[in-house]
Design a protein around this ligand. Structure first.
Ligand code: ARG
Length: 585
């Protein structure tokens, strides 16, 4: 990439000047009206050499090998500024057009990454809180792959918890499971509608009726012990629910290598607990099996007031790995899953794209696994916690009646709103197309925020065809495709005729470097912004120039190739963002 080429020239000079193994690196210019790149490293270099920084910078610039690509100069107090010549810009543009990766380098070292995202809960309807994980997870997966990692994705369904017992018990009480217990009548089909009715009912009862809650817990334990008919019914509920989850994830463009759930780790639970107890890490507290995970600086007792419970600064409670009644918990299945993953895939890193509010849970799980050696020392366990989707009131997004909004309703709303937009643009309604645009709007609205931050979920804003939105990027790509479809010639060599082209190439430099910074930050906002900046540089060019109508052959051919280049760079970025390019808009 361009930065490395400039760094190389610079450091050859550093060597030539006798500054040994010291290296300088450049960054994007903070004053683009003056230069394209800048180097701030001469201050440190001068200090280590005991010399004057300005003199050092001057010496280095004087010793750079003569070339017609880059113009180096020194700016006071001791910056080295770099300006790219038109020859260099055109040269880079032509190289990127010929390269299938658009000039973006892969990492030299590939890591094996298991990425855990999606995480829908079986028997419960997906809702707005389930949006960020599949959206971000899918894009991070694509980013890691693009950068050369070997990536395995696992949806890790929530299918081993209390909601199973609650739902099943409710269905039983509603008389829908009689067949399984008295063998009378026909075996009933367990439908999604049945689950959608039973779970909310049960969840409400659980809060009001301690007795019911207790029975649901027993029922859950029976499922977890694979006792019949409880387990057989459970499998049917799971099947009905997973079908719906698959449909939704497909609509959101998320796909997975593994459709495992917590239940798939159930066979590893005993083994994991044995490992933990063999190491002497677990003990019983109030009948439950727990593991201490606090580290120094945590659980510092606060002054206790009369009659109050003891409170702690930096509280880090023990991890609960078995309930009093012997049932496993969320932490248990996560620990067992790490054991399972390390017996099969042995990833270098496992990343969890899960609500930031689960931070404590993951800290506990990771610590247990490290202490027990279930996760090898060198393996990275990472929780990428995302922020909350808020309504315009700054509180978690709800419907007008105060309910959490179902994913199904969000998808329908997206289709409806995108459909209206299309109509106002004179494009006939088409469900697939509206879905593509609606989902892109939501994804870009989501991904353009830093992963850990809360943001306001504002579909109207996301759906605008102008401004920093998904549809705007799609629209740019569609427009380029339509011009290229009309061109009845191949492009030629790209040349720089005006600042509009120069700005496009410079926007591409930024886009190329965004992959690496997003990889490091594990957040895609940088790629969203850089893609938008490229689209917007392209729009300026497009508005200022006639392309196919250009009379000068050489220029026209250069323009066509430039369009192809922008299309390629946008398509690569949109692919990582998992945003489809529609046929028309
Ligand atoms: N099912 C969980 C939930 O809804 C998310 C699962 C995340 N992945 C994990 N390995 N814990 O909160």
């Amino acid at each position: 990439m361009i930065k490395e080429k400039i760094d190389k020239l610079l450091n050859e000079s550093v060597k030539k000047c006798g500054f040994g193994e010291q290296t300088l690196t450049i960054s994007f210019s903070s004053r683009p009206e003056i230069c394209d790149f800048q180097c701030n490293g001469c201050f440190a270099l001068a200090k280590s050499q005991g010399k004057n920084p300005f003199e050092i910078a001057t010496l280095i610039v004087e010793n750079i090998e003569k070339n017609d690509m880059f113009v180096f100069s020194v700016a006071k107090p001791a910056f080295i500024n770099v300006v790219l010549t038109d020859k260099a810009l055109a040269n880079e543009a032509n190289l990127y057009l010929a390269d299938e990766r658009g000039g973006v380098d892969k990492h030299e070292k590939s890591e094996k990454v298991l990425i855990d995202y999606g995480g829908a809960n079986v028997a419960k309807a997906l809702h707005v809180g389930h949006l960020r994980s599949p959206i971000t997870g899918e894009s991070l997966k694509r980013l890691y792959k693009f950068m050369g990692d070997e990536v395995i994705s696992d949806v890790h369904l929530g299918d081993w918890g209390l909601q199973m017992g609650l739902t099943e018990l409710q269905l039983f009480e509603d008389g829908k499971l009689n067949f399984y217990f008295d063998g009378k009548g026909e075996e009933p089909e367990i439908t999604l509608d049945m689950l959608n009715e039973a779970y909310p009912k049960a969840s409400k009862r659980k809060k009001e009726d301690e007795e019911f809650n207790k029975r649901a817990e027993e029922w859950t334990l029976k499922i977890q012990s694979k006792e019949e008919p409880y387990y057989a019914i459970y499998k049917k509920m799971r099947e009905a629910s997973v079908k719906q989850i698959e449909k939704h994830y497909k609509e959101l463009g998320a796909s997975f290598d593994y459709w495992y759930g917590e239940s798939d780790a159930s066979d590893y639970i005993d083994k994991a607990i044995d490992i933990i107890t063999d190491k002497g890490l677990a003990y019983y507290s109030n009948g439950a099996l727990v593991v201490d995970v606090a580290e120094e600086g945590e659980n510092i007792p606060l002054p206790k007031k009369e009659g109050e419970e003891q409170r702690y600064k930096n509280p880090m409670p023990p991890a609960l790995i078995k309930k009093q009644n012997g049932a496993s918990l969320y932490a248990t299945t996560d620990i067992a899953t790490i054991l399972m993953r390390n017996e099969s895939d042995k990833p270098d890193r496992i990343e969890y794209i899960v609500d930031g509010r689960q931070g404590l849970h993951f800290t506990q799980v990771f610590r247990v696994c490290k202490k027990a050696g279930i996760s090898p020392k060198e393996q990275q366990l990472i929780h990428i916690g995302f922020g909350t989707l808020n309504g315009s009131d700054g509180k978690p997004f709800k419907t007008r009646s105060g309910d959490t909004i179902k994913l199904e309703d969000i998808i329908n709303l997206l289709i409806e709103k995108a459909g209206e937009k299309l109509k106002s643009n004179g494009v006939e309604f088409d469900r697939e197309l509206a879905l593509q645009i609606g989902v892109a709007a939501m994804k870009f609205g989501d991904l353009s925020n830093f992963i850990g931050k809360d943001y306001v979920f504002d579909l109207d804003k996301f759906l605008s065809f102008e401004g920093k939105t998904g549809p705007y990027l799609q629209y740019t790509a569609v427009r380029i495709n339509s011009v290229l479809a009309k061109a009845n010639e191949e492009g030629g060599e790209i040349k720089m005729y005006s600042d509009d082209e120069r700005n496009i190439v410079k926007a591409i430099f930024k886009l190329q470097s965004a992959y690496e910074s997003c990889y490091k930050e594990k957040s895609l906002n940088g790629l969203c912004i850089a893609s938008y900046d490229l689209a917007s540089a392209f729009s300026t060019f497009y508005n200022n120039h006639r392309i196919l109508g250009e009379q000068n052959d050489e220029k026209r051919k250069s323009y066509i190739s430039l369009l192809k280049l922008v299309k390629k760079e946008l398509a690569l970025a949109l692919n990582v963002l998992a945003i489809d390019i529609p046929k028309k808009m």
